[in-house]
Design a protein around this ligand. Structure first.
Ligand code: NAD
Length: 359
């Protein structure tokens, strides 16, 4: 039976980069009989303009029916003055929580061809391959109560709540241990157990789950040290697992170790392997419509989709090899351009990867 893929281009550079990823996916469908049906829907600012809300019911219905979702990015300056409850980003957060996509996988891989793009010395980052597993549907981003209240003295006070149930910690721990078993066999759990009771529980549960995985080496690190270690000696990490907010920050830091935010894909999975796949970057309004965005993170998100939701690891490998080849050939979008390389547009990069699928 064919697999249903919902495509959500979103805002800014979203439609440009998604178009190139679809080119790659459609080529696999047409040339090697990948049995998929593609559907498209609105999300984010584009959905607000068309329907008044960032996550229309029709989009949510299609997302629930789909086997996997490919998302571009959402957001832009024109929607920033809207109430926070109906901003484009709420569409994305809504989708993640409605579909229970609790495990966010963010690889930070340094392509040897781009070693010079990192702001760190090449010997510190060469060969970098970290998988950050971020809890995505709990923690302080969703905890209640939250808001801004007025104190007795008339001063306003903002407040949010950090909460994690044992079951939420257990399931993200299991994802991290499983992935580590297929990689380097090491999990580093990042918390702030010296200050926050909630993450004291996080550490306790990680250790409990770890007892069932004697083959995996479990270590713990406070988040402030983890941030420092990521820039000091990033190659010490294999899999890092952490809370929603810590993961948000650390994964952006890890992304920058690789030199370009335009190169990194991500997956957000539910308990059954259904997932939403997207580049880690945003809608880049500063370059939208100019044809210069790097589509490789989105194309590599398709590879993750094939591996984690569609059970087609050989096709995933094929896309990753094609990306490797275009980088070897010296093709670069402006964000990863360096001396002696050939600068290409978003569309030309997508064409080159598509052509390289068969090489
Ligand atoms: P951003 O990731 O959109 O851009 C940061 C910088 O990286 C910009 O200079 C941009 O030009 C560059 N960049 C990003 N992607 C690129 C690509 N593929 N190729 C080349 N250069 C690229 O982050 P921002 O500027 O902080 O946010 C812009 C908008 O995106 C905001 O509305 C924000 O809320 C939204 N956002 C959305 C997501 C998402 O949809 N998942 C994630 C982060 C930010």
């Amino acid at each position: 039976m064919s697999k249903k893929i919902l495509v959500l281009p979103g805002d800014g550079i979203g439609p440009e980069i998604v178009a190139e990823a679809i080119k790659v996916l459609a080529t696999l469908r047409d040339e090697v009989d990948l049995d998929i049906d593609l559907d498209e829907a609105l999300i984010g600012g584009a959905a607000i303009d068309a329907t008044g809300g960032p996550l229309p019911d029709a989009t949510l219905e299609l997302a629930k029916e789909a086997d996997a979702i490919l998302l571009g990015a959402v957001g832009g300056h024109q929607w920033e003055s809207l109430d926070i409850s109906i901003r484009p980003e709420k569409g994305l957060l809504g989708l993640r929580s409605e579909l229970n996509l609790f495990a966010n996988l963010r690889p930070a891989i340094l392509y040897p061809q781009l070693a010079d793009a990192s702001s760190l010395k090449a010997d510190i980052v060469a060969g970098l391959d970290i998988m950050i597993v971020r809890e995505l549907t709990g923690g302080i981003y969703f905890g209640q109560p939250r808001g801004v209240r007025e104190l007795d003295n008339g001063e306003r006070q903002g407040f949010n709540t950090l909460v994690y149930a044992e079951s939420e910690i257990e399931r993200i721990a299991r994802v991290a241990f499983d992935i580590a078993g297929k990689r380097g066999g090491r999990v580093c759990s990042v918390d702030k157990a010296n200050v926050l009771e909630c993450t004291e529980l996080w550490r306790e549960v990680m250790m409990k789950v770890g007892e069932g995985h004697p083959d995996i080496e479990l270590s713990h690190m406070y988040v402030d040290n983890a941030a420092m270690q990521l820039v000091k000696w990033p190659k010490q990490f294999d899999v890092m697992v952490t809370t929603n907010m810590f993961g948000d920050i650390l994964s952006d830091c890890a992304a920058m170790l690789t030199g370009s935010i335009g190169m990194l894909p991500s997956a957000s999975l539910d308990e059954n392997g259904k997932g939403m796949y997207e580049p880690i970057h945003g809608s880049a309004p500063d370059i939208a419509g100019q044809g210069v965005a790097n589509p490789l993170a989105t194309i590599l998100s398709v590879a993750m989709m094939l591996r984690y939701s569609l059970d087609e690891p050989a096709m995933a490998d094929r896309i990753e090899r094609a990306v490797d080849k275009v980088l070897d050939d010296g093709l670069r979008t402006p964000d990863i351009m360096s001396e002696g390389m050939t600068e290409v547009s978003c569309e030309a990069m997508g064409d080159a990867v598509t052509a390289a699928l068969n090489s």
